[in-house]
Ligand binder design. Structure first.
Ligand SMILES: *Cc1c(COP(=O)(O)O)cnc(C)c1O
Length: 460
């Protein structure tokens, strides 16, 4: 299996390179050179697999020889053994909508589904290389805790998590800051998520720093995350081979919904991928008008989507401009130098073949939370609610599968505010409410953050 950069298709990388480096050396994103296409018959066959069997099937199409079959099988079994449902994900009918519950992992958000196996793959790759590694990750709330849960206590791995100070929910923060582990370091940055993401990108771009600390990343640009997310589109989609389906996906960094796009390219029959954003709506703007132009991030009641720089969009862009790496590079340069770029009519219609998008305001999210509760006595989380609403807007009679990305108890203030009902916290995480927290609060300044990290590494 070979990978290339979206900005230079003449460079070749292995799955292991891609896994450990995260970002291509030229600043582009890694994508596979070729993608497996399933025939109708093959789809019928893999539809019989259970979740872990299907994960192994899909993963084997992306990791080449870097993970032997038996190793991969062990990693997958171990990773999903601590999920609270038998088949990792769960399907629940709510009125006309089918909710795909992806939040049964240790930190109650869909990010566990990729991060648990990623933690175990790191452990395996590191053992072979006998090197210490420092993982630096920016989080809008859920990635950080999932990364910590996946990497906590692993030897020769430190994890530094940057979250925007005061801009994530208390439950999200406590899931990270109460983990009392020698290899986990939490940093609250005085800024927003895009600032955290920029700090991480700038640290990666600094070759000296990157090599000095043997830096690695697990942000949503990490290709391995995409691959593990492709699996649940197949697992659910394969249950509906006899009728048209669309997926509605709450979207921030364009990682989750991009995984659905790859599933579609691999032959899973999906009519539309429906993008739901909150008022940080760069993605619904680019899909509807072709203009990719970040504006100022605005706090919302779905904070994990308070993102204006949707990094994974560059991967779709590569296909949209006809796999022209130089064009991608020039558009990304334009974004950097002029603050945005515009797609032409043909490019927009290419996107619209696969995607629809809506912006869901906080007001509409609250209204949806309330209505879903009153009509069905089901609490959903605010992110899921944006996708729920967007599914209703775009429905044309097909089976609508809404991705439920987090458990409502992670956002108790928003859920209670809209429905009057406080979501119950599962026993599995109750202990975080009274444990001691530990984190540093730092200015949004690259040198301050770098020095803080270097000091911790030297002590460890
Ligand atoms: C991260 C996250 C999202 C957005 O996912 P992307 O892959 O960034 O598009 C949506 N909902 C929740 C609960 C999340 O944690």
């Amino acid at each position: 299996m070979e990978y290339i950069s979206t900005r230079n298709k003449s460079l070749n990388f292995s799955f292991k390179d891609v896994f450990l480096q995260g970002l291509a050396p030229d600043g582009g994103l890694f994508i596979p050179k070729k993608i497996k296409q399933y025939s109708e018959n093959e789809l019928k066959n893999i539809a019989k697999l259970n979740y872990t069997g299907l994960t192994k099937e899909i993963l084997s199409k992306f990791c080449g020889k870097d993970l032997e079959e038996k190793e991969l099988e062990n990693i997958i079994k171990k990773s999903y053994s601590n999920f609270s449902t038998k088949d990792v994900v769960n399907l629940k009918k709510i009125g006309k909508i089918s909710l795909v519950e992806l939040f049964h992992g240790p930190t109650l958000a869909f990010k566990d589904i990729a991060m648990q196996p990623i933690g175990n793959i790191y452990e395996k790759f590191i053992k072979v290389d006998n090197k210490k590694i420092n993982i630096i990750v920016a989080t809008s709330g859920d990635t950080g805790s999932a990364a910590i849960a996946g990497l906590n206590g692993k030897s020769n791995i430190n994890v530094f998590v940057l979250h925007p100070d005061n801009k994530i929910s208390k439950v999200q923060r406590r899931l990270m800051t109460t983990v009392d582990s020698k290899n986990i370091f939490n940093i609250a940055v005085k800024g927003n998520f895009d600032d955290c993401q920029r700090l991480v990108k700038d640290m990666f771009a600094d070759k000296n720093f990157r090599e000095k600390i043997n830096m690695s990343g697990v942000n949503s640009i990490n290709w391995a995350r995409i691959v593990f997310q492709i699996v649940y589109y197949f697992f659910i989609g394969l249950k509906f081979l006899n009728k048209p389906i669309s997926f509605s996906v709450p979207t921030g960094n364009f990682g989750d919904v991009y995984a659905g796009y790859i599933a579609k390219k691999m032959g899973l029959p999906i009519k539309k991928l429906i993008v739901a954003t909150n008022e940080n709506d760069i993605l619904s703007r680019v899909i509807n008008s072709g203009e990719y132009k970040p504006s100022k991030t605005k706090p919302s009641i779905s904070p994990s989507m308070d993102i204006q720089v949707a990094s994974n969009f560059e991967r779709l862009l590569y296909d949209v401009v006809g796999k022209n790496d130089l064009k991608v590079k020039s558009l990304m340069d334009k974004l950097k130098n002029e603050g945005g770029y515009s797609l032409n009519k043909k490019e927009i219609s290419h996107i619209k073949n696969d995607f629809s998008a809506s912006t869901i305001s906080d007001r509409s999210t609250k209204e949806t939370l309330k209505r879903v509760y009153e009509e069905n006595q089901v609490l959903i989380d605010p992110h899921t609610a944006t996708a729920f609403k967007s599914a209703e807007v775009h429905s044309t009679g097909e089976e609508m599968l809404v991705l439920g990305t987090a458990h409502p108890c992670k956002f108790p203030e928003a859920v209670k505010g809209a429905t009057g009902v406080e979501p119950k916290i599962p026993e599995s995480i109750k202990n975080i409410l009274n444990k001691q927290e530990s984190y540093a609060t730092l200015d949004d300044n690259i040198d301050v953050v770098k020095n803080h990290i270097l000091e911790r590494i030297n002590e460890s």
